[in-house]
Design a protein around this ligand. Sequence first.
Ligand code: HEM
Length: 305
Amino acid sequence: MNSKITNQLKEKYEAIDQDVDVHLEGLLYSKPINYWDYIQTDALLNLQIQRTVFPDEKVFIMYHQISELLFKMILSEIEQLAKNDAISTEIFTDKIMRISRYFDVLTSSFSIMKDGMDLEQYNKFRNTLTPASGFQSAQYRKIEFASTELINLIDKRFRDTIDRTSSYEHAFEHLYWQAAGKDYKTGKKTYTLKAFEDRYKDEFIRFTKFYYGNNLWSKFKALPEEAKTDKNLINAMRHYDYTVNIKWVMAHYNTANHYLNINGKAAEATGGSEWVKYMHPKYQKRIFFPDLWTEKEKETWGINI
Ligand code: HEM
């Protein structure tokens, strides 16, 4: 056996007061790893539990699960950037490109949803899902919190009333997505929104505290001047912003239109939002990196696309 490795192993285990020979003996009896053990295929392929007999419900469940896995990959890249205090232009660009590629996949594959299910089957099995909604995807919300400052996620109708002195509670109540489940006049929230907040609000508060100065937009603004003017980096940031907030949102909106707009009449969504208006980017005007767009680009965000 290579003596260098033996010595390194000895050092490693001595450092934690362990006998290296016992560990080597353990290695002697351990089973070789298999693909299915490592990838956990048994667990993974047993997570598609249908509520109805319709085969296309499987497509719906699995594509959501694929999306959640990609969301996890995105969050992992953002976290590495957030925790890095010595980011170079190259690292920043490289990470944004990785994140973008995942979102490009999410966007281009959305046709699996739009064209991959039988309209009739969908409109039957979806009744068993009410009042659940993709709206309750915590990872999607986390991607937003980790990508930009909270002010850019505030419902644009209330943006002028909120600044750095506003309480977190006040800001939270005016996040753009509250509009999907809240009557602003009475303050009444739908079950879908209430259940989501009961489950995740505390976690979101902890998460946003960390990302307060560590989100992608704040991190970008803290870069040296030459990095902030780097064309490749700016293009990569714009590409990511546009893919998430226009392309994915539109692919999603078109899918909702395909399944829920029946004979020109919008069916009620499982999450109960006024989705025709709520989901369109021209109303939400979500932009993660506002200074990287011209005034005209911002004004026309989501229009004529
Ligand atoms: C047939 C497919 C789909 C339809 C018809 C659909 C429909 C909708 C509707 C109407 C909403 C608005 C909230 C509500 O009232 O329920 C919504 C929100 C949402 N859905 Fe979907 N959806 C589909 C697939 C997906 C997929 C595959 C994902 C991936 C995880 C997803 C993630 C989301 C997210 C993150 C929201 C919140 C977006 C926001 O607040 O702007 N949806 N969806």
